[in-house]
Design a protein around this ligand. Sequence first.
Ligand SMILES: *Cc1c(COP(=O)(O)O)cnc(C)c1O
Length: 347
Amino acid sequence: MKGLREIAPYIPGLQPQEKRMIKINTNENAFSPSPRVAAALAAFDAGELRKYSSLDNGDLRAILAKNNGILAEQIIVGNGSDDVLALAFLSFFNSSDKVIFPDLTYGFYRVWCDLFRIPFEEIALTENFELRTADYLRENGGIVIANPNAPTGIYKSLAEIEEIVKQNQHVVVIIDEAYIAFGGETALPLLEKYDNIFITRTFSKDAALAGLRVGYGIGSPKLIGIINAVKNSYNPYSVDMIAEKLAVVACEDVAYYAKTNGEIAEIRDWFSAELLALGFEVLPSLTNFVLAKPVGVSAAELYAHLQAKKIYVRYFGDKVRIADYLRISIGKQAEMVEVLMAIQEIL
Ligand SMILES: *Cc1c(COP(=O)(O)O)cnc(C)c1O
């Protein structure tokens, strides 16, 4: 047949369906979403579904604007931040110059460049998996940086992010803040000085709502206008009515999430220290996961050992630079104690 498209898709972590398991392979939140979400879901009137969902997601944008100290005109909402990011790539990366991002980062960036036929170049992180600011001061067609980065967990200071945004005002710099709630400093203040920055966030990690599929992007009203036109040329009602309602009530419970995400950060630091004590190499993380290199056992062996005990972590065997590492999401304290015991069994 003529005209068929073949592409290598993004490969997500396994989604096993077992009843008793420790699933720490896709950076889902260890805790349940705010109890207000369950209450709002139970109270939802199914009769409402007769109508289309909101075209402008006004309710959700209003509370996001309030929580972030910005204007609703600076926000676009989407079906997960993957949706917002894909639209951003389509909307902002249309020059013949190469879009640049690190060689080790969120795997979808490369997939979207392939899908949308955007020229790109992956820039090697340093040996310590650090992003070198100087590498992002070259000619380019746009920049994408996850901060903190995934799957390394490493955070880059706001001053250095600003340098990159400042020196690249002729292109859009996307800062993917999927994990910013776990310790880093947001790039939001840069919005006042620069109109070439576009920040993406998700409800999947810090709001414990990965299954709801809601994310958002923040930028100047000009960039938001451009991306909205692209969104409305493709799938205008991308966020369903239930999702928008539940996301709004999640936003209303700032205190709950400050507590649960603070706890995750504490468990992460404790767990990292325990792995270091075993002699593992552990990258400094400001996310809800750690990337660690075991000693005394290979990453592949440890991965198989844990899997046999129904403990699911992420192993990137096909990525040469991190083939000796495992990415372990932070679960509840009791789960991480079990994980540590399981690890010690094989050392
Ligand atoms: C999880 C993740 C996303 C996607 O989040 P969704 O909102 O679930 O689509 C985007 N970027 C990074 C770096 C992530 O880890």
